[in-house]
Design a protein around this ligand. Structure first.
Ligand code: ADP
Length: 160
């Protein structure tokens, strides 16, 4: 049976830190599905459809990476996909505290699911979506932190 992992997150925006987790996850799993969670109560900074397109572009040469958006619970989405693993990244103890609780709940909701945590690569540890949003809000270039072109992202942003 193919080992499918769902990598869930807000990805607002998707960063080089996230890309690293996907690429390392591909050494463990047959397929990695990147799931952009769409929380209706939370307003995004970068539009969902634009971010989906940027992530798809990032992995366009890899047939074993798929990008979806979802509104359901992560555990239910994984079950529907036939994914028996959740992939998450850990940067520090704050991440751990948060992830610990979520992974327990996910296993309560879907017994067969195992969350696999990859420790961040040291050079990518300081990268977080919230810091990138702050930099971008004040006009600071953030291309160094992203695996795709922000120029294109801005163009799509203007059109959407
Ligand atoms: P969420 O809103 O669900 O926390 P994020 O998009 O912020 O979603 O992050 C998705 C996952 O990627 C989380 O497990 C987070 O810890 C991990 N992650 C974020 N940035 C990095 C990084 N620089 N290195 C490793 N993992 C990371």
């Amino acid at each position: 049976m193919a080992r499918v992992a769902l990598f869930p997150g807000s990805f607002d925006p998707f960063t080089k830190g996230h890309e690293d987790i996907v690429l390392r996850g591909l050494r463990l799993f047959d397929q990695v599905v990147i799931g952009i969670g769409n929380n209706a109560t939370k307003k995004r900074y970068f539009p969902l459809d634009v971010m989906q397109e940027m992530i798809e572009k990032t992995f366009k040469d890899r047939g074993n990476v798929k990008v979806i958006t979802y509104e359901d619970l992560t555990a239910h989405t994984a079950r529907e996909l036939g994914a028996t693993f959740l992939l998450r990244g850990l940067r520090n103890t704050t991440d751990f505290e948060y992830e610990n609780g979520i992974s327990q709940v996910n296993r309560y909701l879907y017994e067969e699911i195992e969350t696999v945590f990859l420790i961040t690569s040291p050079h990518l540890a300081p990268i977080s979506s919230s810091i990138i949003r702050d930099l971008h809000r004040y006009g600071q270039g953030v291309d160094d932190f992203l695996p795709y072109s922000l120029t294109e992202l801005n163009r799509l942003n203007r059109e959407s």
